[in-house]
Design a protein around this ligand. Structure first.
Ligand SMILES: [Fe+2]
Length: 312
């Protein structure tokens, strides 16, 4: 059990507060995170690289849906609240949560220095689990990407699939690029291919990225069969399709020289017919050429969601 307040002036005050599974680690090592309390209070954390609390604050909201991931820029935290509501009369963690197609998503822009709300934006209704990255330009406009769903059907589909049910048509997310203009306007652009588990090079978290890496599917299914590098400036995609025999998990870009265009993309895939997992390494600048190296396990790893790379 970790006490985040230990060795800080918060001492035991942070015990029991929610702490999401999606911290963002800045290039300098600082750790940022949020935690949504059922009351709607959102706890914001700024921690040192070794996990000591530097600053913690609470932003009030009346949101009680699912808040899975968030974003940072050099100066701000961005929380995007999906178009979800909760029926408190229904028991269970997710059972009472429903999508409201008339409810705009809300983007809360929070000052990283004070952990207080700077401004809010209304976005079209939608649902997001994962974001790749956010960054801020010289005008103070904030840019970010999201793997955006049009509703919350994916949640029930995932639980139904686990019970052996299949569907004619699965809900897919697509990459949407949002700009929160400093003067209050919101603009967006989207790509039509499916996308989930978006990632950017670690050294660019909160800074401008040009490449976005994500998993995708070419045949409509609940799981991915492809991996994509998308150039966000030109729109050009570099895609590798593993084929229908594979379930493709999150792939992670690695930049040994802090050069976005160089290095590798690494990720696991389950080969369904042989029930074995393989680890795949791509050249980041030529994904469509396929893996430059592949290591097979003699067995399968349990399907996971996220991956991480730790240099030895
Ligand atoms: Fe996640």
């Amino acid at each position: 059990m970790v006490n985040l307040g230990e060795n800080s002036h918060y001492d035991n005050q942070l015990k029991g507060l929610p702490f999401s599974a999606h911290p963002r680690i800045e290039a300098n090592g600082d750790i940022w995170n949020f935690g949504l309390h059922p009351s709607g209070d959102i706890v914001l954390y700024h921690l040192t690289a070794n996990g000591r609390a530097k600053q913690v604050n609470i932003v009030k909201s009346n949101f009680s849906g699912v808040l899975h991931d968030f974003l940072i820029t050099a100066r701000h935290i961005i929380l995007v609240l999906p178009s979800l509501k909760r029926d408190m009369t229904i028991a269970g963690l997710f059972n009472g949560i429903y999508f409201d197609p008339k409810l705009p998503m809300q983007a809360l822009v929070i000052d990283k220095n004070t952990l207080t709300l700077s401004r809010t934006y209304e976005l079209p209704p939608g649902m997001v689990f994962h974001f790749g990255n956010a960054w801020e330009d010289n005008q103070g406009d904030i840019h970010f990407d999201a793997s955006l769903y049009q509703d919350f059907a994916v949640m029930t589909q995932l639980s139904d699939v686990m019970q052996g049910k299949t569907f004619e048509q699965y809900s897919d997310a697509n990459t949407h690029l949002f700009t929160l203009h400093k003067q209050g306007k919101v603009s967006q652009h989207n790509f039509t291919d499916s996308s989930e588990f978006p990632r950017v090079c670690h050294h660019l978290i909160g800074q401008q990225n040009h490449l976005l890496f994500y998993t995708s599917n070419t045949t409509n299914s609940v799981w991915s069969d492809s991996v994509v590098a998308r150039n966000l400036d030109t729109g050009k995609e570099d895609r590798f399709d593993y084929g229908a025999d594979y379930l493709v998990e999150e792939h992670i870009p690695i930049s040994p020289n802090h050069n976005e265009d160089q290095g590798y993309l690494i990720g696991t895939a389950l080969h369904v017919p042989s029930k074995r997992t393989c680890l795949n390494i791509f050249s980041k600048h030529d994904i469509s050429a396929g893996p430059i190296a592949r290591a097979w396990l003699p067995y399968h790893l349990p399907l996971g969601f996220h991956g991480n790379f730790i240099a030895a």
